[in-house]
Write a protein that binds this ligand. Structure first.
Ligand code: MN
Length: 427
């Protein structure tokens, strides 16, 4: 037994080596068939170019101990079962799809019923999102923004190295990949620093590449999750684009933080990648100096960060081959997801099943790894090339932003798919 069994596991459905959805992944999503046979939303798992329909499998008695979990249009009932049950469901699906198991492999009429080509379904928002919090956990991003907007000699505020800074986002405007985004309008200063605003469509519309976790099990009001228990509370992860109107943000954010500059829309990828699938790709985070307070320090030193390669592309309405404008990695983050959760609950705030916690813009050290146009174009001073003919400082109408992410193993990838959004003119 020298090799890990998960490396050797194969499905009877053929999956290319660089495909995001091998049998080692099995992310959950909610989908609707584009045509008949059924109009309502079902729950599925991605396997190669197919979606395995768990709602139909459940109706055939495949999950006898999970009555009612797969007949809803969201993953919330599944997320609210126990972590032990998450593991059992995953094992059962993995066994059903394994190349060695004839149960589905050799049953064409069952395959016809429960395996749909990906191109024949529309993906929906996977979770009824309870609350949404966005952190600010990349040191490089915070330094870049602090350098541009405040003080290049002192870019980090005094609290930044002591706590994972965050703000309360808006859950109702989180949308699934593919949902078009109207350019927001709001108060902006046409002649900064002259403090006389106008109401206008944002002229500095931006993306932020982020990773986000869905809480499966929260904590009662008035209690806290310890840092050592924090990760077990998470059901899975998605890619997240925190669309940001920089001109609205710059005028409104003092003193209580971003408001309308962020709440007009946030895009997530449709497939929720489980913590179990991500576990082999955990790595140690950066050393933290100054040492954070005890509640932010794990008792056992363990791998706290995710080694996920992230890229961003802009496809303009000219339709030319897009360049990758950002390559970054979530291991670049300073604060871990476990630290974010421990901090979020330390004052007694109750996290709930279905809460979404985003990392903050993930920037790395070199300019090609900056996770927003604000940083890539350095506040609009240095336009960047997005294809052979065009440059951008900020987003234009007709631009499509495509986030992509994956973990690389020697023989397979754990992919997230994409989180995409097309910019429409202000409505
Ligand atoms: Mn953000």
């Amino acid at each position: 037994m020298s090799k890990s069994p998960s490396n050797e596991l194969q499905s009877f459905i053929s999956v290319a080596k660089d495909h995001p959805f091998p049998i080692q992944n099995l992310p959950y999503g909610v989908f609707q068939a584009k045509r008949a046979p059924f109009p309502q939303a079902h729950i599925g798992v991605a396997i190669g170019d197919f979606v395995l329909d768990l709602t139909i499998l459940a109706s055939l008695g495949f999950f006898p101990s999970l009555q009612g979990v797969f007949d809803q249009a969201c993953l919330n009932p599944l997320m609210a079962t126990t972590p032990k049950q998450w593991q059992q469901v995953r094992q059962k699906i993995s066994a059903l799809l394994a190349s060695t198991n004839p149960e589905l492999r050799d049953n064409p009429s069952l395959r016809q019923k429960v395996l749909l080509p990906h191109c024949e379904v529309t993906m929906l928002l996977p979770v009824k999102i309870a609350d949404y919090t966005d952190f600010y956990s990349s040191r490089e991003h915070a330094v870049n923004v602090g350098t541009m907007f405040r003080d290049k000699d002192n870019p980090l505020l005094p609290n930044w190295l002591h706590l994972p800074v965050g703000y309360h986002g808006r859950a109702s405007s989180v949308v699934v990949s593919g949902t078009p985004i109207h350019r927001p309008r709001g108060q902006i200063l046409p002649n900064p620093p002259e403090p006389q605003p106008i109401l206008a469509p944002s002229r500095r519309l931006d993306f932020e590449v982020e990773l986000a976790g869905f809480i499966g099990h929260g904590n009662p009001l008035g209690t806290a999750l310890t840092i050592d228990d924090a990760e077990a509370a998470v059901f899975g992860m998605v890619l997240l684009n925190d669309w940001s109107a920089r001109d609205i943000q710059q005028w409104e954010y003092v003193p209580l933080g971003p408001f309308l500059s962020k709440s007009f829309a946030t895009t997530i990828s449709p497939w929720v990648v489980t913590m179990e699938a991500l576990a082999p790709f955990m790595v140690e985070g950066p050393s933290q100096d100054p040492e954070p307070l005890a509640y932010l320090r794990p008792k056992i030193r363990r791998k706290s960060h995710f080694n996920i390669e992230l890229t961003v592309k802009i496809l303009s309405k000219l339709g030319l081959d897009p360049a990758i404008i950002c390559r970054t990695n979530s291991k670049n983050l300073y604060w871990s997801l476990a630290q974010q959760i421990a901090h979020h609950t330390i004052a007694g705030c109750n996290l709930q099943s279905g809460d979404l916690l985003a990392s903050g813009t993930i920037s790395g050290k070199d300019p090609g790894s900056y996770g927003s146009l604000l940083e890539l174009s350095w506040g609009g001073k240095n336009p960047i090339k997005i294809n052979t003919q065009e440059e951008r400082k900020f987003l234009e109408d007709g631009d499509r932003i495509i986030l992509e992410g994956y973990c690389q193993a020697p023989n397979y990838r754990i992919g997230f798919g994409t989180a995409e959004g097309l910019i429409l003119p202000s409505s």
